[in-house]
Design a binder for this molecule. Structure first.
Ligand code: HEC
Ligand code: HEC
Ligand code: HEC
Length: 435
């Protein structure tokens, strides 16, 4: 009886809840359209703002990400791999049909700040608008002013390859209601101007958390300042924690060495490879000395603030036969460059002894390097980097695992945190590359 009377009310309640959820999702994504009057005063482009726009386009990875391999600069079409399929970057040149030719500075600001296209379309978060949202209106206008000066190129990027329903506007609206809030950068008056500049660069144009920040199953990060390390989406690279002493040690690294690493791709205690080498090559090497120093100081502050971070304990050690095999392979194939005891040969070949990159609990980067080889980035400060050859054909999965385990246990000073690398882990990276 009671059920009979309650039934219709429950239906009404459910419908009401559904409607208000829909309302909330709508409001969170498009609410500002209803609220704000939109002044259309075009900002005045000066030589100064255009130059600053070019600088920002470099250090903000805009040029790198909006240029496809072998394609013309800024014409878009570069695929960004996501776990749900590829997303293609847009054409940012002033072409009226396929680029931003018809856009105003306000449209552009809304794209960066709110992640929404000129026609209201919600953009896929493969465009890291969580970070561009932090950019100031002034910087957005400077970027726009510089983009307008570039040659217009007609090129329509391919449609996104996102699996249904991930790419639909409804799914994006819900995702954004759950995980995205536009944010403006605010100076912290208790901190120095350098600290604030560093924070702005890390959270905004630098986008460090886009790779170094952990992500949940829906691909959402934990904010623009989350730097505790992450497996990169759809790839076998691990971006180490920037706040852990064991993984990158920025708290105890001299500021000059952090600056050197970010600017040239190598430092006395570390070298960059893979996606990080690209970041250095395309973006960070172009930063001014003041900006690099501000960023390094802020990162160090963050690492010190975080205090000791617990590290994952090591797994059981492999049998002694594997150790002997690892040592033999190392001496035959690696010692020429890295030294018999992993002491390296500065500045060409990094030391492996005591090297944090060798000890990372997640061995993905090591396996990548040994399989495919690598170069530190080509930079002004390191114009002809020495490379590491690929061992893809020369060494099998067991040999590679054994060598890495030898390095991770025998050559490492201090506490063993690394854990064993298994031949299966090597196989997974090998297979991923051949797909
Ligand atoms: C990691 C790669 C990446 C980086 C870095 C990046 N973008 Fe994008 N951007 C994209 C992708 C992918 C899209 C397309 C998203 C979509 O269509 O849903 C996009 C879309 C845009 C759009 C919207 C274009 C349109 O037609 O709606 C603008 C504007 C834009 N980006 C500007 C920038 C600027 C300025 C920067 C540098 C501060 C930047 N992007 C950095 C990948 C990137
Ligand atoms: C496109 C993804 C990506 C972005 C963006 C990125 N990183 Fe990295 N980073 C990586 C990966 C992957 C590694 C591990 C490979 C290596 O050590 O070079 C890494 C390594 C590092 C290291 C450790 C190098 C070593 O060997 O000790 C530092 C320091 C670092 N990144 C700083 C930064 C800073 C600062 C930013 C923002 C300005 C940033 N990264 C942005 C992917 C990224
Ligand atoms: C011809 C010289 C050469 C040989 C041989 C060589 N390497 Fe390297 N290795 C390098 C160079 C150069 C780098 C820096 C590469 C980069 O930054 O991308 C490097 C980087 C590394 C790193 C990463 C260090 C860091 O700081 O991120 C590891 C680990 C490594 N090598 C292991 C090995 C192992 C294991 C072998 C043998 C199977 C080997 N290397 C053989 C030259 C060599």
């Amino acid at each position: 009886m009671i059920r009979g009377r309650l039934g219709p009310w429950l239906i009404l309640l459910a419908a009401g809840l559904g409607l208000s959820t829909l309302g909330a999702v709508f409001w969170l994504n498009w609410g500002d359209w209803l609220q704000t009057e939109r002044p259309q005063t075009p900002p005045v482009a000066t030589a100064e703002s255009i130059a600053r726009g070019e600088y920002l386009a470099r250090i903000g990875h805009c040029i790198a990400c909006h240029t496809r391999r072998g394609g013309e600069p800024l014409a878009g079409g570069r695929p960004i791999a996501t776990p749900f399929g590829p997303v293609y970057s847009s054409n940012l040149t002033p072409d009226p049909d396929t680029g931003l030719g018809q856009w105003t500075a306000d449209d552009f600001w809304r794209a960066l700040h709110l992640g929404r296209s000129r026609n209201g379309r919600l953009l896929a978060p493969a465009f890291p608008y969580e970070h561009t949202s932090v950019l100031t209106r002034n910087d957005s206008d400077a970027l726009f002013a510089w983009l307008r000066e570039q040659p217009a190129l007609a090129h329509r990027p391919p449609p996104h390859g996102l699996a249904w329903p991930v790419g639909t506007q409804a799914a994006l609206a819900v995702w954004r209601a759950l995980f995205f809030r536009p944010q403006a950068f605010r100076n912290d008056p208790r901190q120095s101007a350098e600290w604030n500049r560093g924070a702005y660069l890390v959270k905004g144009p630098g986008q460090c958390a886009a790779c170094h920040g952990p992500r949940n199953a829906w691909g959402a990060g934990q904010g623009v300042d989350a730097l505790s390390g992450s497996r990169m989406a759809a790839s076998h690279w691990y971006a180490p924690s920037l706040i852990s002493e064991a993984e990158t040690g920025l708290a105890s690294t001299p500021i000059d060495d952090i600056v050197r690493l970010l600017q040239t791709g190598i430092s006395p205690t570390a070298s960059t490879s893979g996606p990080m080498a690209e970041v250095v090559q395309h973006s960070l090497q172009h930063m001014t000395a003041d900006d690099l120093r501000a960023m390094a100081a802020y990162l160090q502050w963050r690492a010190r603030e975080a205090g000791p971070v617990s590290v994952r304990a090591s797994a059981a050690a492999s049998p002694a036969t594997d150790r002997a095999r690892g040592r033999a392979v190392y001496e035959q194939h690696c010692a020429d460059c890295h030294g018999r005891n992993g002491e390296g040969r500065a500045p060409a070949y990094p030391a492996l002894q005591g090297n944090r990159a060798v000890r990372l609990a997640d061995p993905s980067n090591l396996v990548q390097l040994v399989l495919h080889g690598g170069y530190p980035p080509v930079t002004l400060g390191n114009p002809q980097p020495y490379g590491m050859p690929p061992f893809l054909l020369e060494l099998d999965d067991r040999d590679i695992a054994a060598t890495l385990n030898y390095l991770r246990s025998t050559l490492q000073a201090g506490e063993a945190t690394a854990g064993e690398v298994s031949p299966q882990q090597v196989r997974r990276v090998r297979d991923a590359a051949s797909r």
